[in-house]
Write a protein that binds this ligand. Structure first.
Ligand code: NAD
Length: 328
């Protein structure tokens, strides 16, 4: 059995049941620097899923005491991902990092160097890629079922109250969240755009803080051209009161269109999107376990996960510098 652990027990804690259910992996350990959170998770895992992983207050202690770990899921705040990832990779442990891989290309480069040096695997969690509709859309684009891809637009209209940003002390900060409505919440649709349309080539963007007391942004808008030739307009906000949390993706090709809202099809010229290309795994954690067992590349590896971070940081750079950014 593969020995698997989780570090960072907010959203990270929600992956415990997947590890516990796995027939290939053993849910071995959990780690959080917050003692209260660690103890609450230890109790809820025992009561709710019958799991009894060992609990640790630091990654170093977990690595030392566990001896062998085959894979660790990283759910620490986004701008800390590289620190934990590098420590684990240097200990020879495969890693699965929650989205975004990190908040800058510089931090991602640190992860990449450690992963390559230690020959470990690194995957990223973007659950939408395991939505059968999204894999159907990817298939439709690749197989030319909507002709040549021309436009791939995304709008994220969410609401988050001030208390959301005040909680945890890292959201809405440049240093650790690396942005907000785009880098954090918008990470999901941005990853899908890059999956569908490829790497961004040019970006013109704007961001602003329009309704919260935060340092980064709660509104962004951008125009993107991809290397594939596809074009995109995006807008994200966490200021859409009252709480609507709607995400639209609209795709147009020379021979068809697909309209999606909240991961479901609104209308499409391609039939049976949900069944034309089922994803191989129900979620990225299952994919990671399989990748570690078979020593193969995880579904969303470093180059894949980098595309959306590169795009997002270019939107911020464009707004700050007041110019169009051409990606290298
Ligand atoms: N895949 C998704 O849909 C999804 C959803 C929400 C959040 N996330 C991502 O998960 C990450 C965490 O977000 P969250 O909402 O769970 O935040 P959170 O603040 O609720 O949880 C983060 C946890 O990490 C712990 N932590 C911080 N530094 C640590 C360290 N060095 N070692 C061990 N534990 C440490 C904190 O004590 C905290 O309990 C972010 O990168 C976020 O983007 C992904």
């Amino acid at each position: 059995m593969l020995k698997m652990a989780i570090v960072g027990l907010g959203m990270g804690g929600s992956y415990g049941p997947v590890l516990q259910k796995s027939e290939t992996a053993e849910f071995t350990a959990i780690c959080d620097i917050n003692r209260e959170r660690l103890e609450a998770r230890l109790k809820s895992y025992k009561d709710e899923i019958g799991a009894e992983p060992k609990g640790y207050l630091s990654v170093s202690e977990m690595i030392k005491k566990e001896g062998r770990l085959d894979g660790v899921i990283i759910g620490t705040p986004s701008g800390f991902h590289h620190e934990t990832a590098v420590e684990l990779a240097n200990a020879g442990i495969n890693i699965l990092v929650d989205k975004p891989l990190d908040i800058s290309m510089e931090n991602i480069a640190k992860i990449k160097t450690a992963v390559e040096k230690n020959k470990v695997l690194c995957g990223t969690i973007y659950p939408s890629r395991c939505n059968p509709i999204m894999s159907g859309v990817k298939h439709a684009i690749e197989k030319g079922l909507i002709g040549k891809l021309l436009i791939c637009d995304a709008r994220l209209k969410w609401f988050r109250g001030q208390e959301y940003y005040d909680k945890g002390g890292w959201r809405g900060t440049w240093k650790i969240d690396g942005g907000a409505s785009l880098m954090n919440n918008g990470a999901h649709p941005m990853d899908l755009l890059c999956w569908f349309a490829g790497r961004a080539k040019t970006v013109v963007g704007e961001f602003a803080v329009i309704s919260h007391k935060i340092e980064t942004e709660d509104w962004t808008s951008a125009i993107i051209q991809f290397e594939s030739g596809a074009r995109s307009t995006i807008s994200t906000t966490t200021s859409a009161f009252p709480k609507t949390d709607s995400t639209w993706i609209e795709i147009h090709g020379t021979e068809g269109s697909i309209y999606l809202k909240d991961g479901k099809v609104v209308s499409s010229t391609v039939e049976n999107l949900e069944t034309i290309c089922p994803p191989p795994f129900a979620n990225p954690v299952e994919d990671f376990i399989d990748a570690v067992a078979k020593k193969r590349r995880p579904m969303i590896d470093i180059p894949e996960a980098s595309k959306s971070v590169e795009l997002i940081t270019a939107v911020y750079q464009s707004s700050r510098e007041g110019k169009r950014i051409v990606l290298n």
